[in-house]
Design a protein around this ligand. Structure first.
Ligand SMILES: [Zn+2]
Length: 284
């Protein structure tokens, strides 16, 4: 099926292709939206390729998703992997007494040559209440240590926990390549992160009308520390906000970022592409 076709029900039409290929550095190909089946991986990859999103980082952050990720990175040269136990998954595993076994599984899978990052790990004070804070912080520290031991990049999930995320990273010592996925901080968090050499990955949220703070944060991020992502199937960029997200919609986010930054689209594409290869290594 033509990637430009919108015949598949509910999927937004493909945007115009980007002039230079980029990377969607955070996507969940295993997750369908609202209980629907996710796009077939081959179709998701083909649709993305057709608009210049030629490489993806598939993120598996529970045990089933980790198996899915290993399978995807072995079958598709366009796909690299990131794996971890999500901060909202950790308290559940701890309560069930299965956290140590889950750590073993993560550690085994993270050694895979095409798994290039540990993530998403971090802190989520929005969905996990105060009871879960201690176990989340422990798990965050464990994942930071794992990334350093294996020489992998680190992808961080931070929801309503900016200060603690930066503090724990300072205490542990961040890995050389640390990515703040779906950056959601304000200007001062952006400045502190840039100073520490972290990469800020912007998602479709940066295109939302009410995301002024996020666009301010973008303007203080140097081109050399910028990444782009979908976090698909969530966070669909404008003008398709509310629809199911997928990697082929990245061009909307790139074009919005370029206009905020006042750079031309090819310049931004080249920067994002080079940064991605610096963080995750070569795809082939
Ligand atoms: Zn995610």
């Amino acid at each position: 099926m033509s990637p430009h076709s919108s015949s598949r029900q509910g999927l937004p039409t493909a945007p115009d292709p980007l002039p230079i290929d980029v990377v969607d550095n955070h996507v969940h190909l295993d997750i369908g939206r609202d209980g629907a089946e996710p796009l077939d991986v081959a179709e998701a990859v083909a649709r993305a390729r057709a608009v210049g999103v030629s490489r993806l980082v598939q993120v598996g952050c529970d045990l089933d998703a980790i198996d899915f990720t290993i399978d995807a990175v072995e079958r598709f040269p366009e796909v690299l992997g990131a794996i971890a136990l999500h901060p909202n998954e950790v308290p559940r595993l701890a309560a069930a007494g299965t956290l140590p076994a889950a750590y073993d599984a993560v550690e085994r899978a993270a050694g895979h040559e095409r798994v290039r990052a540990v993530g998403e790990t971090g802190l989520d004070y929005f969905r996990t209440g105060p009871d879960g804070v201690a176990v989340q912080q422990d798990a965050f520290r464990w994942h930071i240590d794992l990334a350093k031991r294996l020489g992998k990049a680190l992808q961080i999930h931070d929801r309503d926990a900016h200060e603690d995320v930066l503090r724990v990273l300072d205490e542990e010592g961040a890995p050389d390549r640390t990515v703040l996925h779906c950056f959601s901080g304000d200007l001062s968090t952006a400045r502190e992160s840039v100073e520490r050499g972290y990469y800020l990955s912007f998602a479709g949220t940066v295109t939302f009308k009410n995301a002024r703070t996020l666009r301010d944060a973008l303007t203080v991020t140097p081109l050399s520390q910028l990444l782009v992502e979908t976090d698909a199937p969530y966070l669909t960029p404008s003008p398709h906000r509310g629809a199911t997200n997928a990697s082929y919609l990245v061009p909307h986010t790139i074009r919005a970022m370029a206009s905020v930054l006042n750079v031309d689209v090819p310049t931004l594409c080249r920067a994002v592409s080079e940064n991605s290869e610096r963080v995750y290594g070569p795809w082939s």
